[in-house]
Design a protein around this ligand. Structure first.
Ligand SMILES: *[C@@H]1O[C@H](CO)[C@@H](O)[C@H](O)[C@H]1NC(C)=O
Ligand SMILES: *[C@@H]1O[C@H](CO)[C@@H](O)[C@H](O)[C@H]1NC(C)=O
Ligand SMILES: *[C@@H]1O[C@H](CO)[C@@H](O)[C@H](O)[C@H]1NC(C)=O
Length: 351
């Protein structure tokens, strides 16, 4: 992060602290949709193998508890909730905590290995985005029961909706699935994802959402698992994958602008995680990290979900020195930096 951005972020944090000081969060609630980057425990309740509810996941989280977060600690969306003044996190919708007054601050519908492409979720028995929306509909009925019709409708229209998907569509489906990569070019596949994104946003808008933040794809070619499986011997980011991500992100940006122009009263912000993460990976030392190529868990070359477990040999002692926690997911230390960036670009959703 450059110094000017650092100052801007600190300034914004100060402003937020001033607003939050009366104990009220800046928005009524926070709703989260997407994949493993933001899943906080929904997959624990599915028959999927894509889970993170066992050690060493969560070893640096509150009470050192594995929750289903694909991280050693907090996700960027957890830090975002804190930055907005929430003292707890929106509960994973499929968990026991998702009931009664706990639902007043929102809910998290995300599911590891879900994506814009319906069959990505199906391949891994995850929750497709269409089903996440169905759950959101069901949530709204419960909310009316808890808060009354009029309060429920102001919660729905005044809250922030965070959408984070697409990584699994590429990394866990397109690049390894001949039924896709032999049939579609990356550009064509991106177009299919974008069509599905448009439908998702229109539906979410139809259900009352008015403030939406959507994250870009990360530099997929820099994920440790991508370098291990597809990299050359040079240990450098897979250029082709990063190009695909940039191209997708440009489409996402243009399309979002179009959606905002077309859907009256909608504010939609594209939250860039590509550039900040790319900067950290290519200059780890400058960002306070010691290792960017290998992840902390196990050998750090590939492990994620069931492959990253208590028996993995070689797991690092201090994940704060690592950009990545497992082969696909950033460490809590990286998530903290990303969340500060999200705040800078997403602030217009708040005021
Ligand atoms: C609606 O919100 C107001 C203000 O927060 C609160 O006083 C009231 O009890 C709520 N209504 C219901 C039905 O919960
Ligand atoms: C989206 O496009 C706008 C203008 O076209 C640009 O200023 C902005 O940086 C882009 N955002 C991302 C995340 O690429
Ligand atoms: C872990 O690493 C971070 C970053 O280098 C450092 O600030 C911290 O003190 C370390 N923690 C321990 C317990 O060594």
């Amino acid at each position: 992060m450059g110094i000017s951005q650092f100052l801007l972020t600190s300034f914004l944090l100060d402003v937020l602290v001033l607003y939050v000081v009366n104990g009220q969060p800046l928005v009524p609630a926070l709703f989260i949709f997407g994949d493993s980057v933001v899943d906080v425990g929904n997959n624990n309740h599915l028959s999927t193998i894509v889970k993170a509810n066992f050690p060493p996941y969560g070893r640096d989280f509150i009470n050192h508890r594995p929750t289903g977060r694909f991280c050693n600690g907090k996700l960027a969306s957890d830090f975002t909730a804190e930055n907005l003044g929430f003292t707890t996190y929106p509960p994973a919708y499929l968990t026991k905590k998702a009931k009664g007054n706990n639902l007043l601050i929102g809910a998290n519908f995300a599911s590891g290995s879900s994506g814009y492409y319906e069959t990505t979720a199906k391949l891994y028995d995850a929750i497709p985005l269409s089903q996440q929306l169905q759950y959101f509909k069901e949530y709204q009925k419960k909310l009316v029961g808890i808060a009354g019709k009029s309060n429920a409708s102001s919660i729905i229209s005044g809250s922030i909706y965070l959408v984070s998907a697409g990584s699994s569509d590429f990394a866990q489906n397109y690049y390894i699935n001949p039924l896709l990569y032999k049939v579609y070019t990356p550009d064509e596949f991106s177009d299919i994802l974008i069509q599905s994104y448009v439908k998702f946003i229109q539906d979410l808008y139809g259900l009352g959402a008015r403030k939406i933040g959507v994250t870009t794809l990360p530099p997929i070619g820099c994920l440790p698992a991508a370098i291990t499986l597809f990299g050359s011997d040079s240990n450098e980011c897979v250029t082709k994958f990063n190009k695909d991500a940039v191209s997708f992100n440009n489409k996402l940006n243009a399309t979002s602008q179009g959606l905002q122009n077309r859907l009256s009263g909608l504010k939609i912000v594209v939250l860039d995680i590509y550039q900040p993460l790319y900067n950290i990976v290519t200059d780890p030392a400058d960002n306070g990290f010691f290792e960017a190529r290998k992840a902390c868990c196990g050998t750090g070359l590939l492990e994620t979900s069931i492959l990253c477990n208590a028996k993995s040999v070689g797991t690092c002692a201090n994940a704060s020195e690592y950009v990545f926690w497992d082969g696909f997911h950033p460490s809590e230390a990286t998530n903290k930096i990303l969340a500060d960036d999200l705040l800078t670009s997403g602030i217009s959703l708040v005021f």
